[in-house]
Design a protein around this ligand. Structure first.
Ligand code: ATP
Ligand code: LTN
Length: 334
């Protein structure tokens, strides 16, 4: 049998996830799990690059695991694990740091955005975030990395780092490709459709969380910013608010953008927004129920993480040994 290609992705256990995370990332993971050998991590080491409440971080970790499974990711098929459970990530990041330039990191859009938002805490980890992400991906020799568009720059730098290492020390790492969904690779903020919906944004009305109940979802959508044209048409340039809602509707109902647009021909924004709200709530309610059921079974969740960490470690350690050998770290008989 032909070996499956490798897929790697992760989400940070910061806060509850938004429908942006679901649409841009996790939904695609579910669709890809049969085709690839999949590693899905909970990136808690990335999370601490901005200040976290320790108790909340701990709690969010199991919540995120339960959410992965509730969204349809099958722990029997995929490796689900917590980043900090596999020490190779920090070790490889250190090596990759020595072939990454400060100037490259300073140019990263996310670093600039987060530095502006957390001006009191521009720490080394925040700047080094993409190198740790490169270590995550390269440890597993990933062929593909499904993420939202906001991560494209980090993926490009990962490729650069892999190529640089391969050129300097001989071929070692697979150079990964990003996979971005066709619709919904970037869901925007409901209050400010010029920026992405973020789980740690400032305005809670701008984001819909997967944990929101039906009334909250409908209320947030009713308040979503649109325009004065009163016509439901997909035109991201001129109608960013309405186009964003159409993308959300299309993804939540598995209909194409054209089909969705047709459905609302001649209808007002009030009716449109309500339909989007119902569609989102219909989609997330079963996920919430399943997440709740899973969270009541901590023993099961812990067994998933234990097995995930063991499997991940085996692969990661193999790559790290190879790296250490190539760069000249003395390893005795290993
Ligand atoms: P934070 O606000 O805490 O920085 P985030 O909402 O950007 O977080 P991440 O954990 O950084 O979430 O990202 C998880 C995944 O979700 C990534 O693949 C990212 O590309 C994707 N993603 C995040 N926001 C969106 C969005 N608005 N639209 C589509 N995909 C998104
Ligand atoms: N930085 C990512 C989360 C992440 C990730 C990864 C994604 C950490 N390590 C490796 C893909 C591959 C984000 O989505 N913000």
């Amino acid at each position: 049998m032909e070996e499956k290609k490798v897929l790697y992705s992760a989400v940070q256990p910061t806060n509850n996830l938004t429908i942006g995370n679901y649409v841009g990332a996790i939904r695609n993971w579910v669709q890809l799990q049969d085709e690839y050998r999949c590693y899905y991590a909970i990136a808690n080491m990335h999370a601490i690059t901005v200040r976290q409440d320790p108790a909340a971080l701990r709690k969010n970790t199991l919540q995120l695991l339960a959410l992965y499974i509730a969204c349809g990711i099958d722990p029997e098929k995929c490796v689900l694990y917590v980043q900090s459970h596999v020490p190779c990530h920090a070790e490889l990041a250190w090596v990759l740091n020595t072939i990454t330039y400060v100037g490259e990191m300073e140019r990263m859009t996310q670093f600039k955005d987060k530095s502006a938002r957390h001006a009191e805490n521009i720490n080394m980890g925040l700047m080094d975030y993409p190198v740790l992400m490169a270590a995550d991906i390269l440890l597993y020799q990933a062929d593909v990395v499904p993420v939202g568009i906001d991560q494209r720059q980090h993926l490009e730098i990962t490729r650069d780092i892999a190529i640089r290492f391969n050129n300097r020390y001989s071929p070692t790492f697979t150079v990964p490709e990003g996979i971005y969904g066709k619709v919904g690779a970037k869901i925007n903020d409901l209050q400010d459709p010029s920026k992405k919906m973020s789980k740690s944004g400032d305005d809670p009305n701008g984001a819909i969380f997967l944990s929101d109940d039906r009334d909250t979802v409908i209320r947030k959508l009713r308040r979503a910013v649109t325009d004065s044209e009163a016509c439901v048409r997909y035109d991201p340039e001129n109608k960013p608010g309405v186009s964003n809602l159409l993308s959300i509707y299309s993804v939540m109902t598995d209909k194409s953008i054209e089909e969705s647009q047709k459905e609302f021909e001649g209808k007002g924004y009030g009716e449109f927004k309500l339909a989007v709200g119902e569609a989102v709530a219909d989609r997330i309610e079963p996920v919430q129920a399943e997440q709740k059921r899973l969270l009541a079974d901590k023993g099961y969740l812990e067994s998933v993480l234990k097995s995930g960490a063991e499997q991940a470690f085996r692969t990661a350690r193999k790559t790290l040994d190879k790296v250490y050998r190539k760069i000249g770290f003395y390893q005795g008989d290993r």
